[in-house]
Design a protein around this ligand. Structure first.
Ligand SMILES: [Zn+2]
Length: 402
């Protein structure tokens, strides 16, 4: 019965002209793919560093959708994966490695970009880049977005950067770039984000809010770009997340264990197979992974042309107000993810169905029971104040009349 369940959709391998219309369709299609489990032994050992193919993850359509949307549109504000241990959150994030899009980035240590010259003239970039620009040489090169993981034991020094100890050995003072600077235009993955040190959380929040940050050490100071897609994961059993950092995450996914016994068996089989034959399992998904990467790249290209019609925007805002959500980041997350969803569908106009598909991801866990109670109390207090003021002033008025 399990076999039937997973064979009901045709394998994309059997359809060379496969054309999918949206990421969601692709996710559905590949989740139903049956993979060859009778693989010959690989001669090499287990390759620990190879990521499991994203499309080989069984089930979890919401997690997959949220992660793919965040690759299409960095303005969504990243993703928070909330769930118990062993539900494949970290595996899913690492598996994005096979899907990361190409971007243009500065070829210079100082991060100079042609836009800097367009807005601020030649003095806005370093002398080397000014010369290159004059000679018509490119200032950028194309490279894939990288996945940067914040190590669990990272110190503040590692996160923001500090004095370069190796340079100090040679009696020179130099600053070393931190993890946040390395995350610029990349993905920053923070596992167990609820267990991070406050100072590190604050550094990440500040950099994420401004897109840059400055480090000062003695006479030295440097400002770095830090525009990253933040992906976090947390196990709610191990503690809450400060509301300030929760608010920062655009999309929120509740990751539960797989509900269907057949799915659990399939997930077990695939991970077992992957441990023994990583390269062969990767090869079985290679064509769909390529297709997905191209779809993401195409959606990113289309994204700037996707418009949000005013009646759809008005409906989205009504929805947010109806849910009594205060944070303006709710609108950003909802509309930017809806635009990404439309772009992934190959459209240049957001439709109602885009809002319907992304609203649960963008709007869950944005209401605060504490704030609701707090505002209710304040409103009651204001009411009491008003009546008391009226009573007292009217009594005074009457007295002065007589
Ligand atoms: Zn430069």
């Amino acid at each position: 019965m399990a076999e039937q369940e997973f064979n009901k959709r045709p394998s994309p391998d059997e359809q060379p002209s496969m054309r999918v219309n949206s990421l969601r369709e692709l996710i559905d299609l590949v989740s139903g793919k049956s993979i060859d489990k009778n693989l010959p032994e690989e001669e090499s050992g287990i390759a620990e560093s190879l990521p499991f193919p994203f499309l080989g993850i069984v089930g979890q359509p919401e997690m997959k959708l949220a992660l793919l949307l965040s690759l299409v549109n960095p303005l969504i504000g990243g993703v928070l994966l909330i769930g118990p241990r062993g539900t494949g959150k970290t595996t899913a994030v690492r598996s994005l490695m096979g899907l990361l899009p190409e971007i243009e980035r500065s070829a210079c240590f100082y991060g100079c970009l042609p836009e800097d010259i367009e807005s601020g003239g030649l003095s806005a970039v370093c002398p080397d880049c000014a010369r290159k620009y004059g000679q018509g040489e490119p200032l950028t090169l194309s490279s894939a977005v990288r996945l940067v993981e914040l190590p669990l034991n990272a110190r503040l020094e590692d996160v923001i950067g500090g004095l370069d100890e190796r340079a100090q050995l040679h009696e020179r003072m130099r600053l070393r770039r931190g993890i946040l600077a390395h995350s610029d235009r990349n993905i920053l993955y923070v596992d167990e984000v609820n267990l991070l040190d406050d100072a590190i959380v604050n550094a990440i929040l500040d950099a994420a809010a401004q897109g840059t940050y400055t480090v000062r050490r003695g006479p030295l100071s440097a400002t770095y770009n830090a525009r990253f897609i933040l992906i976090g994961s947390m196990n709610p059993e191990e503690g809450d997340l400060r509301s300030q950092i929760m608010d920062r995450f655009g999309l929120r996914v509740i990751v539960r264990g797989l509900a269907e016994p057949a799915e659990r068996k399939e997930a077990y089989d695939r991970s077992h197979l992957f441990r023994a034959h990583p390269r062969q399992v990767i090869a079985q998904y290679a064509s769909e992974m390529d297709l997905t990467r191209h779809e993401i790249q195409a959606a990113r290209k289309l994204l700037p042309h996707v418009e949000l019609p005013s009646e759809i925007a008005a409906m989205g805002i009504r929805l947010i107000q109806e849910l009594q959500i205060d944070s303006l980041r709710a609108e950003i997350a909802l509309f930017e993810s809806a635009r990404a969803y439309a772009a992934a569908d190959g459209r240049t106009r957001v439709e109602l169905k885009d809002i319907e598909a992304t609203a649960p991801l963008a709007l869950r866990m944005r209401r605060s029971a504490y704030l609701e109670g707090y505002f209710k109390e304040r409103a009651q207090e204001d009411e009491t104040l008003k009546t008391t003021i009226n009573q007292v002033t009217q009594k005074h008025d009457r007295r002065s009349e007589t």
